[in-house]
Design a protein around this ligand. Structure first.
Ligand SMILES: Nc1nc2c(ncn2[C@@H]2O[C@H](COP(=O)(O)OP(=O)(O)OP(=O)(O)O)[C@@H](O)[C@H]2O)c(=O)[nH]1
Ligand SMILES: [Mg+2]
Length: 401
């Protein structure tokens, strides 16, 4: 570290610290200088202008991290983790990005890749020494091997649902008839007068959404237009959006008004939700408990008063419990669609190898699928990459990282 003045012609611009990193002990692996100046945007601009005048140029988005990757300091999935780390906004976001930076997913994929390479040498062995065995290869042994690898890949693929939900924020859509108190609940959850509340049914027309963090996990709450038959064209459009949001959500809050409901209709609607949205968690919420309480209802439900803010804690707790935290602890979790797609391709290739074995394909035919499976896995770490892929990944970075 060097302390000194930065001088532009005669003018002292600032008192600065300069850190010198000698290759290969720097972020990019190259010789590197870092200047710490005072944080005024004016000074920063002047410093940059000075260096550009002296022949430097601004870095492209993600250029430092790209160079770190090209110089072998980090692999591609770690580069992506750095971008995730910069944009993390919750404890769990941060935890997943750190895990990836440390190579959690990658170690798993490396070990799978190694197994597959072993497998390919078994096949090659049978090709080179066909006289060792009557059949060119031992079918059962190879099949068993493939089943094990497939299982590992499937577990990783399954983890993407959770990993992606956490990264994007877990979406919770609030639905129900007009006037049951959906917007009031949204406001209570966000602790902010975000949506207009009124006693007029059909107040909310558009989708209103915002996020909060519960126990370190980001949830995105979505208030919708109340569902009813209406002639109003704007309201009809709002209701259409409600259904779209229900499709995309992970959790559905179904709300009804304790002071004003027909049990038969509500039960029918709940049954309908359960049959239509089998993959979603559905919370049934009876609102306005300050006026009257629902008794003997055939479903488990939350009894709340959104207006008086009663019963909200139990909803938050149950919501937080929908996330299987044990999954976050010990296992590698996929968070990138790119990784998911690559692994999916490699699983497909492995299924082709399996089929090839069943149909007694020759070893060199199998080798084509093995190569495909290995290549797809290699894309995740960047052992196999194209210019277009790199451009795509690093253009998402901010300038200067
Ligand atoms: N007493 C009582 N009134 C409530 C409660 N929650 C909401 N309300 C009232 O019910 C009316 C409707 O509330 P909203 O939150 O606008 O209902 P909504 O479901 O968003 O209605 P739409 O947007 O029209 O679909 C308002 O007058 C609220 O003040 C509650 O817990 N208790
Ligand atoms: Mg509303």
């Amino acid at each position: 570290m060097h302390l000194g003045h930065l001088v532009d012609k005669e003018e002292i611009l600032d008192k600065i610290l300069v850190a010198v990193f000698k290759a290969p002990h720097s972020y990019t692996g190259e010789d590197l200088l870092e200047i710490s100046c005072h944080g005024s945007p004016y000074i920063v601009r002047r410093v940059i202008q000075l260096f550009i005048r002296k022949g430097a140029r601004s870095a492209n988005e993600g250029e430092f991290t790209l160079r770190a990757f090209l110089n072998g300091k980090i692999d591609l999935s770690q580069a992506e983790a750095i971008s995730d780390l910069i944009s993390s906004t919750s404890k769990t976001d941060h935890q997943l990005a750190m895990q990836q930076l440390k190579g959690g997913v990658l170690n798993k994929i490396r070990s799978l890749r190694k197994k597959l390479i072993e497998f390919s040498s078994l096949i090659e062995f049978s090709l080179d020494f066909p006289e060792e065995d009557d059949s060119t290869y031992d079918k059962t042994q190879l099949s068993k091997f493939l089943i094990r690898i497939k299982k590992h890949i499937q577990t990783l693929l399954d983890s993407f649902a959770l990993g992606n939900a956490i990264k994007e924020g877990i979406s919770v859509v609030i639905v129900g008839k007009p006037n049951v108190g959906k917007s009031t609940l949204l406001n209570v959850l966000l602790n902010e007068e975000r949506a207009i509340v009124s006693e007029i049914p059909g107040t909310t027309r558009d989708i209103i959404e915002d996020e909060i963090i519960i126990d370190g996990i980001r949830f995105r709450f979505i208030d919708t237009a109340g569902i009813r038959n209406t002639e109003n064209r704007v309201e009809v459009l709002g209701i259409k959006k409600t259904f779209e949001k229900m499709q995309q959500a992970k959790v559905i809050f179904y709300m009804f008004d304790a002071t004003n409901f027909k049990e038969k209709t509500v039960v029918e609607e709940i049954q309908n939700l359960h049959t239509t949205y089998t993959d979603k968690t559905i919370f049934i919420i009876a609102n306005k408990s300050d006026l009257t309480k629902v008794k003997d209802f055939p479903y488990v439900f939350f009894s709340i008063s959104a207006k008086k803010k009663e019963g909200i804690q139990s909803i938050l707790k149950a919501l937080s419990n929908t996330i299987d935290r044990s999954m976050l602890q010990n296992r590698p979790i996929l968070t990138h669609i790119r990784h998911y797609n690559a692994l999916h391709r490699s699983l497909k290739a492995i299924c082709n190898i399996e089929k090839g074995i069943q149909e007694n394909h020759s070893g060199d035919l199998l080798a084509v699928d093995i190569r495909q499976a290995l290549e797809s896995m290699g894309e995740i770490s960047g052992e196999i990459s194209s210019e277009e892929l790199l451009k795509n990944i690093f253009s998402k970075f901010c300038i200067g990282k």
